[in-house]
Design a protein around this ligand. Structure first.
Ligand code: MG
Length: 238
């Protein structure tokens, strides 16, 4: 029996990646005044720096900000002005302060799922930023438990399942990232509802799932989540 349903936060409950994209575009404009690398080269260098720094800074806007500063210094050979470094820091602060905007229909979707299952929120990133987003979302009361984690991997999901004394087959995760929300859960023996967001950070696009994995259903919008969970409930019971 399917018992517990996990929901991702960023780009599943509320908009997030768009703010990071805006910051990255503004970053490329600032750096572009010093070097003519083309936006793609700047973005590629930034992505490589961010990935290298993930294990030191973790996910989120603060790590992105430090990676922007590091990348800007590197690609300009140290010529970037202090005033422009300051602008990069402000870009990061803007991401941390953006208003929380829920995806259309998500509250009703979580409420509908919560009628049949315990629901938990499992989100990763800066602790302060995630806590603020959870509070501002107005959704906190719907969740049995809220987990803010530094990485979403098999160990993370196993820990949550152990706390509920459940097997992976009794758990489904709903999220926009195949890499973080769906693949680790399915590999453990659980289920997934993939709700693609219109933009996805390149790092989150990488995954090793088969397109036709029967443990994963893909839906186009939050309104379709409850029916997908109901379908997984049938599959899990079969
Ligand atoms: Mg997400």
């Amino acid at each position: 029996m399917l018992q517990l349903i996990g929901f991702d936060g960023d780009d599943t409950l509320w908009h997030s990646e768009g703010y990071y994209r805006q910051a990255n575009d503004a970053f490329a404009t600032i750096v572009g005044r010093y070097v003519d690398l083309g936006d793609q080269r700047v973005h590629d260098t930034m992505l490589a720096t961010e990935r290298r720094n993930l294990q030191l800074f973790g996910y989120g806007a603060k790590g992105m900000t430090l990676s922007m500063v590091e990348t800007a210094i590197a690609v300009t050979d140290g010529r970037i002005a202090a005033a422009d470094i300051h602008r990069l820091v402000e870009l990061g602060k803007d991401v941390l302060q953006h208003p929380v905007e829920l995806l259309p229909g998500i509250r009703a979707a979580v409420e509908a799922v919560a009628e049949h299952h315990a629901v938990v929120l499992i989100t990763k990133g800066d602790l302060f930023h995630q806590e603020k987003k959870v509070a501002q979302s107005g959704l906190a009361d719907l969740f049995r438990r809220i987990e803010i984690v530094s990485e979403k991997n098999a160990a993370t999901y196993q820990r949550v399942l152990a706390e509920f004394a459940l097997q992976p087959a009794q758990f489904a995760m709903v999220g926009n990232s195949l890499r973080s929300d769906i693949e680790p859960v399915v590999r453990l023996g659980g289920w997934g509802v993939h709700v693609p967001y219109h933009v996805t950070w390149a790092h989150e696009l990488e995954n090793g799932l088969d397109d036709d994995d029967r443990h994963v259903l893909t839906v186009a919008e939050p309104a379709a989540i409850p029916a997908a969970v109901a379908r997984l409930r049938e599959l899990a019971a079969a």
